[in-house]
Design a protein around this ligand. Structure first.
Ligand SMILES: [Zn+2]
Length: 104
């Protein structure tokens, strides 16, 4: 399987969203790549904050969705190996959101 190294710019941030330090190559890990979608894990070498960036190849070009995360690389490796924890996470997040709405 060949890796398509085209020149399309990836919209990963160049600087930490938290402390503005520049990300280095070692700070960026490609976690998974499915079709045109890529998931990157970034850990700032300066402040230690981790980010998840999901790059989605859409009709409009590459969209990036990023968030700060507590998940370390170990957790991402589990996800990558297909350990079935994501569905539960989604459901519990949904239930929490429902509960929060009902309290209002
Ligand atoms: Zn930082």
């Amino acid at each position: 399987m060949s890796i398509n190294k085209n020149s399309s710019p990836l919209k990963l941030p160049e600087n930490c969203l938290y402390c503005k330090a520049s990300f280095g190559e070692k700070d960026v890990d490609l976690v998974d790549e499915i079709g045109g979608n890529s998931v990157y894990h970034l850990t700032c070498h300066n402040c230690g904050v981790s980010f998840i960036f999901h790059l989605v190849l859409g009709r409009e070009g590459i969209l990036s969705v990023g968030t700060m995360t507590d998940a370390g690389k170990e957790d991402l490796d589990k996800l990558k190996r297909g350990e079935n924890i994501t569905a539960d996470d989604v459901i519990s997040a949904y239930m929490e959101a429902r509960k929060a709405n009902q309290r209002k």
